[in-house]
Design a protein around this ligand. Sequence first.
Ligand code: NAD
Ligand code: TYD
Length: 343
Amino acid sequence: MNIVVTGGAGFIGSNFVYYELAHHPEDKIICYDALTYAGNLETLDEAMKNDNFVFIKGDITNRDEVEKLFVEQKPDIVVNFAAESHVDRSIENPDIFLRTNILGTGVLMDACRKHGIKRYHQVSTDEVYGDLPLDRPDLFFTETTNLHTSSPYSASKASADLLVMAYHRTYGLPTSISRCSNNYGPYHFPEKLIPLMIINALHDKKLPVYGTGENVRDWLYVEDHCSAIDLIIRKGKAGDLFNIGGHNEKRNIDVVKIILKALGKPESLIEHVTDRKGHDRRYAIDPTKIREALGWQPATKFEDGIKKTIDWYLTHRSWWEHVISGDYQAYYQKMYGSRETIE
Ligand code: NAD
Ligand code: TYD
């Protein structure tokens, strides 16, 4: 099969490219990516050596480029990871989130309709459900939880999900959707919590924790997300929607302390700073449906995954040094320079 992976030069998309090349050598993997600030060709260095892999630079919002992709590559399956993915950036500048995340999804699905396809898979997020209160540990997001978004990012992802459902119902497009919790692992862009904290700690730089640090995220090792998507596109039915998560809830402050301990750095590096606007309190996934329907189980416990991730950042310095050497510095100054320290 020919599988187009959009956004395959980013964090999860690149891990998915490697997962597919390793587990399905019979398939051809075509990465289609616009190489925004979050896309990095160095990430795909190893994939480029594989005859079953092709990289094509292109934008999912550009109809002509997408048409060319479909004519030349004749995809059987499209897995759409391409997105603007950072909540803080969406608060600063929502516009590009609407364009890429909503319109881009529409452009891809129009091409799928025109050319025919076995499956269009939309990689979505648990953030479409909004948040859960901190004092109700009995509550979880299920596939029937109402959409209740908080940030321009999550609103754009929820809009895309609705568009996917509409294309399935109206045009019969064979779609599926997965909504995963927070991922961590190799090739994670250092604007996100875990890699940012690892890299700051390695530089003995302050670790900026938003607010009290009591917000809870449900962490999943990226390879487990990839194995779930792989199952959904191959074994799931058209029209399916699955939540993905491994019951790994952690408070941000505890994640930061785990990283500091692993690196032998003092907790005095922690700095509580002005909270994110509209900051979601808790995410927590109920993954019962995918476990029962497809037999999916996460393979990596947080204790092991975080060790592997920290080791990866220690042994791949040149990867993240290149990433943080350019525009990242200006971004960091803009986002953190004016945040006040809070006691
Ligand atoms: P990322 O920001 O690391 O990567 C996004 C990739 O998309 C980059 O390679 C970028 O160049 C590419 N891209 C952006 N705009 C594009 C466009 N117009 N055309 C083509 N390519 C474009 O993101 P990520 O963390 O790997 O997330 C991937 C997907 O998974 C996103 O859809 C995100 O919403 C979803 N998701 C992420 C998480 C998480 O914890 N990171 C959790 C659940 C779901
Ligand atoms: P992030 O990695 O941006 O993922 P998301 O917002 O999609 O969950 O943030 C994870 C959590 O960490 C979130 O509650 C915000 C918090 N956070 C900080 O406290 N400091 C930081 O510098 C960053 C980037 C995030």
